[in-house]
Design a protein around this ligand. Sequence first.
Ligand code: ADP
Length: 500
Amino acid sequence: MTVATATYQNYIGGEWVDSSDGGTFEVKDPANGELLAVFPESTKEDVDRAVKAARAAFDKWRLMPAPHRGEILFKAAEIMIERKEDLAREMTREMGKVLAETRGDVQEAIDMLYYMGGEGRRLFGEVVPSELPDKMALSTRLPVGVVGAITPWNFPIAIPSWKLAPALICGNTVVFKPAEDTPILSLRLVEILLEAGLPKGVVNMVFGHGPTGAAIVEHPDVDLVTFTGSTDTGKKITKGAAEDLKRVSLELGGKNVIIVHEDADLDLAVEGIVWSAFGTSGQRCTAASRVVIHEKVYDEVARRVVEAAEQMKLGHGLEDDTDLGPVINQRQLDKIASFREIGEADGATLLTGGERATDGDLADGFFYKPTVWGDVNPKARIAQEEIFGPVTALIKVGSFEEAIAVANDTSYGLSSSIFTKDVNLAFKAMRDLYTGITYINAGTTGAEIQLPFGGTKGTGNGHRDAGTAALDVYTEWKALYIDFSGKIQKAQIDELKFDA
Ligand code: ADP
């Protein structure tokens, strides 16, 4: 398919503009290298202008009643529904994953816009009794201010919507830097918000690579940085934001695990493993890159997962029979490929895959065969490090307790799952798996937007995207005390006397 190459601009203070030094970068289809678009490479000066525009729009936006802000999000959701198919197709070209999954990505953005639009009529605080007479005590939320949103490429419209929709409903203004690999779908989200009636300056978009993101993080007038991406970048952001004590919300890596207990329904388990390990070519933060299997069913599960992996068809995500698209870029492909030697050095057995797929047209794209490692030592690097590709490590254990211990033995804590028919073990797993998300009799992927999304340990810094938990990221709590006694009353000091 030939797509006309488009040239796009930044969006700052309601104007479409080039970068201050005219720099640009290209966006290509990872399945075939086709040039799709050219975007501005934004400078520090562009970021500064964007932050100033966001600051200038802040008062007007925070003072717009939240239900009206919500109506803009509802309208955006409706526009997105009309364009869902076009957006999904454009996303497949830009990012590589298959159409069914890009449709899901757009749907997630629609869901988030509706959900956060509804928060416009909630944004609940608390009303609690005061300990003093004729006094009222309640809590309410304030927007944080100017939000810097920095997003990755694996969910090109869903993750930006997870950041922008709650930021906006809470009354913040935004400087948004989408991933350099997938700026097109981010641009579409902002275009849709504008069509839905978002006022000028409320969202400002600067395209570019890491240094553009760093300029946002270091800008003194940004109040909060919300980031999803790699652990290394998350650490840099934390350091960069520390100087001004900026608020920082991070969603980082994962080394997610599926446990298959000896009593599991193996049909379900194998389907769950294959979908969670290889869907989106393993490039989800919740991808199942470890499978911990009871020794009584290990051989059977391993055989069936390998068989399923070998049947997967790689190809362009727009083709109906494609199961697996490309990975995002050369750097990522090289990183995934480097784990072949690492796995061998750690003594694991390569059961299938472990190499690029280069048959025919595949040679033009970044395709990697679905890869399964067997007999993996839980301490091996392939069982500990995030690979972010279609690669999974099978680990054999002798008991439920060992499975839980192995599952928890990683520096990350995003998603976990267990396949078992034993209700007691399921509840123990829910309690003992130390991750932000746990599934029972399902794989590790498939989060819904009305619950908190995020993880423990190295997966983040304690904050959550999505659900009402996200509102705590994008607001500051304010406690209000209203005294209607006509006296100066002193909490904890005044002694109250009541008639018998
Ligand atoms: P990946 O490319 O593996 O998803 P990154 O963490 O490098 O992970 O990228 C996620 C987002 O962070 C992208 O938008 C990228 O441009 C941005 N980014 C990269 N380096 C920095 C940095 N030092 N400061 C701020 N943002 C950055």
